[in-house]
Design a protein around this ligand. Structure first.
Ligand SMILES: [Zn+2]
Ligand SMILES: [Zn+2]
Length: 485
């Protein structure tokens, strides 16, 4: 298994693993790591395999029966893993039963693999380790190298040949020669990829197999399916996921329907989000990023403010059990859940810090930006023409004030609360600000001032928080009936 960590984000990629020890390797072991992601293989996503002992005995019985009858046993395997496990099993059995029938390894590759096993003995199972000083389990006494010329040689034998699924190569070449004889035996791994000869042999008991369009092969040999393979089963996957409790699981290396079932189990039984992406599909997973930050005094102060919530306690057992006396049961429940909002500042070569939002502008030397709405509102004042200054189109300062005064009186009557502030040059209600507008080209005017010669314009601005209030005041202004004054 591979453990990878980038910053604070950690993940494990399992590769193929087995949670139960076999003859040559110990069970997969892993520390209880804090993981954001576990990528697990899921070849046996829904299989729970039966006891290993029974399966081994069946395998040995089948092999022994075949060679005793003069047949040849073909064991297609991949170079690493199961070949070594089965080989230890056979060596042991050959020793006990005092058998002299040759066991062959087809490829130099497997021999080479055995060399690695010898070198990496510390990874192997407890039993292999314990006997290592007296006997290296990978020094196979009975195992010999196989030569192509021996395929047609008479007499019984056992042959390990790659690849494992009879998908081509040497194992398929031997299979073609040996399959037609009912004396022979082929053992298949617990899993073969769809489309391979191995997969075809596993599905039903075919007597003929199409090698290609023109070649058909008679299959009369015995077929034995092995269910021990270096993959973990459903229980093993669930055990590992439970043990590690990662934040996210991705299942790979399996078949879609089985993976979907296991994904559902991981989701519902362990409550861990799980994905089973297809090849080339991208999965995005949020990662962990810890930031150590200083906090400003203002921020700490702001988070110290209590946030009490009072709620009535609902008695869970109204009929009253051991607590009959209500005096001991406070009716009021007080909670104090505090959340403080701050701004995380990360500067180059400086330790990160959290500020209260009020401090940010100060730190940046910026002024607070506020979005304000504006509207230049016309009010018809033709009836008040006589109060206007004699000089045309120009209002003196006092006139401006009198317009505002008039408006103030009007609004005071209409707006409850009467929180209108008169600053002489302008009026203010909350953030709503009104002043007389003398700019004919004021860009907040909707109606052209030329057609509204009778009107006095009032420039209004307000912030978004007072939107409702603003339109209420504007509607009062637009319906301003001067005659009532
Ligand atoms: Zn695999
Ligand atoms: Zn204006």
């Amino acid at each position: 298994m591979f453990y990878a960590k980038v910053g604070d984000t950690a993940m494990v990629y399992t590769g193929d693993y087995n949670m139960t020890p076999d003859r040559h390797l110990g069970a997969a072991q892993i520390d209880r790591l804090q993981l954001d992601l576990l990528i697990s293989e899921s070849t046996y996503a829904t299989t729970i395999r039966d006891s290993k002992y029974g399966r081994e005995r069946e395998f040995l019985k089948a092999v022994h029966k075949c060679v005793a009858g003069g047949g040849k046993v073909l064991i297609p395997t991949f170079a690493l893993g199961r070949a070594q496990e089965l080989c230890i099993l056979l060596e042991d059995y050959w020793e006990r039963m005092n058998l002299k029938i040759p066991i062959y390894f087809s490829s130099g590759l497997t021999m080479q693999a055995n060399m690695y096993y010898k070198m990496l003995i510390s990874w192997t199972s407890q039993k292999v380790k314990e006997t290592y000083s007296t006997h290296n389990a990978f020094d196979f006494k009975h195992v010999l190298n196989f030569d192509r010329s021996m395929i047609a040689a008479p007499g019984p034998c056992v042959l390990f040949a790659t690849p494992g699924w009879l998908s081509g190569g040497f194992s398929l070449e031997v299979f073609k020669q040996w399959a037609p004889s009912e004396m022979n035996l082929v053992t298949l791994p617990g899993y073969c990829a769809a489309g391979t000869i191995g997969h075809k042999l596993m599905s039903g008991k075919p007597t003929k197999i199409d090698l290609d369009k023109n070649t058909q092969l008679d299959v009369r040999c015995q077929i034995h399916q092995l269910s021990f393979s270096p993959h973990t089963d459903a229980k093993g996957i669930m055990d590992l996921v439970k043990f590690l409790s990662p934040k996210h699981v991705i299942l790979v290396h399996g078949e879609k329907p089985k993976m979907a079932t296991l994904k559902g189990r991981i989701n519902s039984e362990l409550g861990i989000p799980c994905d089973d992406p297809a090849n080339n599909e991208t999965v995005s997973i949020s990662s962990t990023h810890y930031v150590k930050a200083r906090a400003s005094d203002t921020f700490i102060q702001s988070s110290l403010n209590p946030n009490f919530k009072f709620s009535k306690r609902i008695s869970e057992d109204e009929s009253g059990s051991w607590l009959k006396d209500r005096k001991f049961m406070p009716q009021l429940q007080v909670t104090d859940k505090r959340t403080a909002e701050g701004i995380l500042i990360e500067e180059k070569n400086k330790k990160a810090k959290i500020l209260h939002q009020d401090e940010l502008l100060l730190m940046l030397g910026e002024k607070k930006h506020e979005v304000r709405f504006a509207y230049c509102c016309p009010i018809n004042v033709s009836n008040l023409e006589e109060t206007k200054s004699t000089s045309d189109n120009v209002l003196c300062t006092s006139d401006r004030c009198s317009w505002l005064q008039l408006l103030n009186n009007k609004l005071s009557g209409e707006i409850s609360g009467g929180n209108i502030q008169d600053f002489g040059e302008h009026l203010q209600v909350e953030s709503f600000d009104i002043s007389v507008c003398l700019n004919d080209k004021c860009r907040y005017r909707i109606i052209d001032s030329q057609n509204k010669s009778e009107a006095v314009f009032f420039c209004c601005t307000w912030s978004v928080a007072d939107e409702k209030l603003a339109w209420k005041i504007i509607s009062i202004m637009e319906n301003f009936d001067c005659e009532s004054h």
